[in-house]
Design a protein around this ligand. Sequence first.
Ligand code: HEM
Length: 413
Amino acid sequence: MPELFSWQFATDPYPAYAWLREHAPVRWTTLPSGVGAWLVTRYADARQALADGRLSKNPVHHAGESLAKGRTGIPGERNADLMTHLLNIDPPDHTRLRRLVSKAFTPRTVAVFEPRVRELTDGFIDAFAGRGEADLIHEFAFPLPIHAICDLLGVPREDQGDFRDWAGMMVRHAVPGQGGGGTRGGVARAVKKMRAYLVELIHRKRGDLGDDLISGLIRASDHGEHLTENEAAAMAFILLFAGFETTVNLIGNGVHTLLAHPAQRAALQDSLAAGDGTLLETAVEELLRYDGPVEMATWRYATEPLEIGGRPVAAGDPVLVVLAAADRDPARFDTPDTIDLARRDNPHLGYGHGIHYCLGAPLARLEARTAFAALLTRLPDLRLAAEPDDLRWRGGLIMRGLRTLPVAFTPEA
Ligand code: HEM
């Protein structure tokens, strides 16, 4: 059995996932926190588990003590006021809250947002394009999503720097002891400040509604839908959390994969130069399948005894669906360990499946398309400025991504 959750595992978890899929596809595993959980690694089992209503998202269903007290891996887990968010609740509350936010978060809202994402993308590239080198995580992948989500929510530009700091604290927390200073206390303080700010912003906007998402939530709740202040703050918070580190890592992991596969990257550059966006669309999905940011879907707990892949799961047992393993399952994908940007048959689970399917997928796709296209077009000879073995990966339970991505390129004139 290969070692899980080690430094090598964070660097390349795929051999361990291949082993699990083949030898122990539904395996009881003790996690680094000491909590036990079932790891589900085959595509068919994973897809079924994600849509199984007997698996609850609410930590109160955990048979052990620790999760119910808050060890979900999501910042804010110990802050009861922030716990009532989409990723922690089941129907009927989930149905009501999701309907409400879906009204404010439509594909149209996101499409209207495209020029702003382009402006942000170009602005961040402008800042380093003349230098000939950059760290694409810190200078590009990290600031882009946080400013995009802040804009979408309606956080005024002058306050967005605070959000960037708070979000940075939370990400550092994702790998305890390896992240350069983030401590549990520091994270709790950042979460508290963010919540206080969001509550205050909701109050302020009530008197001056705009066309942003928070105003949309307030409008929806004023039109007879019930949304408490805690729920509104928790909603804004989970949008920030769910939409931030995921997108940082989709861009980081995606650029890393492109740089490591020159023929694929050249084909994408050629199609962009020809003004054809078709390959870019399939490429974003394939990069997500091949090395996506979410390794394991967030926790689920069995509310009654059930079977997954023939293994008995007891009521109260936690279940972690390993999306990254399912998306390399040869039983579902041809040559799963090969990156094929033109792959068409690609029903990957990178955004989850079922009622908790990623709400922000249209925004994530927009940001990824814009980011990859701008980088490859403006910096055509972009290359890695470190030995591949020297890159350091941040592996958590839920998320996996690069700490830094040093690149070099011919400076823009
Ligand atoms: C849910 C992935 C970007 C908001 C999810 C889930 C996954 C996921 C796997 C399901 C988790 C589960 O079932 O346990 C991703 C990836 C992204 C991304 C890979 C980027 C590449 C975003 C963005 C936003 C967002 C940009 C919003 C601004 C959400 C929300 C949920 C969610 C609110 C919970 C939905 C629910 O429970 O009904 N995401 N996400 N995500 N995502 Fe994303």
